[in-house]
Design a protein around this ligand. Structure first.
Ligand SMILES: Cc1cc2nc3c(=O)[nH]c(=O)nc-3n(C[C@H](O)[C@H](O)[C@H](O)COP(=O)(O)O)c2cc1C
Length: 376
């Protein structure tokens, strides 16, 4: 496999030159979808598909990026899946040539990581085009798929970001924690007890407060890469996203919570995690290919919703070896940035299989994860 030549550049502020350069001046999800299409990598599905199981099944069966443009019960709505379904798509998301050799992609990402870029705050962005407040918010107006027959319901958060701040220090955390739709304004948040979000909730509860949270769906893929990375507590994943994309993330302030979210998001939900409340999330057909239930999930209540005109709902259907979550985890493992919040042995085993791209073995390790955590 010959390494493709990367255009030289001096730091993250200068993206590699390529024939895609003009497009890369836009960093939203739509620009990425256009880029995939120009590389012949996008499949548009314009016949009617059912949000109940069909979108999930097509996503799992077909490994390339898909834009669903005709969704039952949701005229005009669109759903995008499988954006990072292989290493070439990851290269494109990073602004590299799609033919770049895997080792070069990782080497280039490593170079960029040395230069975290602070985000900038702007007043408005595309996502402010439409706003819905409090009682008028209805999440079921979004074409949220019921991804898998084994899922308890529709999953709103499968490829998104959750933004919170430490209630004492105000330091930001951005993560990816799955979210099941519970009602027009309610969803679960299933975060591992060791996650940084769980630490924020614990602090807020100790202070007797709700924790403010913003959820952005349909963001730049580099933002999702950064959010799912194991980044030290107190460090800002927006800076990591800036490093990945070679350009500062542009944030806009939310209105009902003291948080900021990417200006070019397709959909943003502002709200709070209620203190002292735990709900059941799942079963959910998870990355390990098993139906997982979390009886200690948090409850998120939405106070405000913003969305772009004809928003593109971004989601993922996981549970299949080599699906896009595995591709992302393998990329992060190669950068030593994969963290499953397990004990040392489990981390070692899961990271090893990811680096080897042995996705069936990775799933098996995930299924016996609790045994690995108990091993001495
Ligand atoms: C598609 C996807 C789904 C994920 N779902 C969850 C989840 O439901 N709960 C969780 O704790 N981590 C989940 N993760 C992993 C976390 O995002 C990852 O551990 C991240 O490092 C968490 O951030 P933190 O270390 O700041 O808490 C998911 C990652 C991806 C890419």
């Amino acid at each position: 496999m010959a390494a493709m030549k990367l255009a030289t550049h001096t730091g993250p502020a200068a993206l590699p030159q390529s024939d895609e350069r003009p497009e890369r001046t836009k960093t939203d999800l739509r620009a990425f979808i256009n880029l995939l299409e120009r590389h012949g990598r996008l499949r548009r599905i314009d016949h009617e598909v059912d949000w109940r199981f069909e979108i999930g099944k097509i996503t799992r069966d077909h490994h390339g990026p898909i834009l669903f443009e005709n969704i039952k019960d949701y005229p005009g709505a669109r759903v995008f899946t499988n954006g990072l379904s292989d290493i070439q798509n990851i290269a494109l998301a990073l602004g590299l040539d799609s033919r770049t050799d895997q080792h070069e992609i990782v080497a280039e990402a490593r170079r960029r990581l040395e230069h975290p870029l602070k985000p900038i705050t702007v007043e408005a962005g595309a996502v402010t085009e439409n706003v819905t407040l409090f009682g008028a918010v209805d999440l079921t107006a979004l074409p949220i798929p019921h991804w898998h027959e084994q899922d308890a319901g529709r999953y709103l958060g499968t490829w998104h970001i959750n933004v919170t701040k430490d209630p004492e220090t105000q330091q930001r955390n951005v993560g990816v924690y799955r979210m099941q739709l519970l009602g027009p304004r309610q969803a679960t948040v299933s975060a591992s007890p060791k996650s940084h979000l769980s630490r924020h909730v614990a602090k807020a509860e100790k202070m007797g407060q709700a924790l403010e949270m913003a959820v952005a769906i349909g963001v730049n893929e580099c933002m999702v890469m950064a959010a799912s990375a194991g980044y030290p507590y107190g460090w800002d994943e927006c800076e990591l996203a800036g490093a990945f994309q070679g350009r500062r993330v542009r944030l806009i302030p939310c209105r009902t919570v003291q948080l900021e979210i990417p200006a070019e998001s397709e959909i943003v939900l502002e709200g709070v995690i209620q203190p002292g409340v735990r709900v059941t999330d799942g079963p959910y057909f998870d990355y390990a290919g098993k139906a997982d239930t979390n009886h200690r999930a948090f409850l998120f209540e939405v106070t405000r919703m913003m969305f772009r005109e004809r928003p593109i709902f971004r989601g993922a259907s996981v549970g299949v070896a080599g699906a896009e979550d595995h591709q992302l985890f393998a990329f992060l493992a190669a950068l030593e940035l994969a963290d499953f919040h397990g004990k040392r042995l489990r981390q070692l085993v899961q990271n090893y299989f990811l680096r080897m791209r042995q996705f069936h073995a990775f799933q098996f390790a995930g299924r016996i994860g609790s045994l690995l955590d108990r091993a001495k």
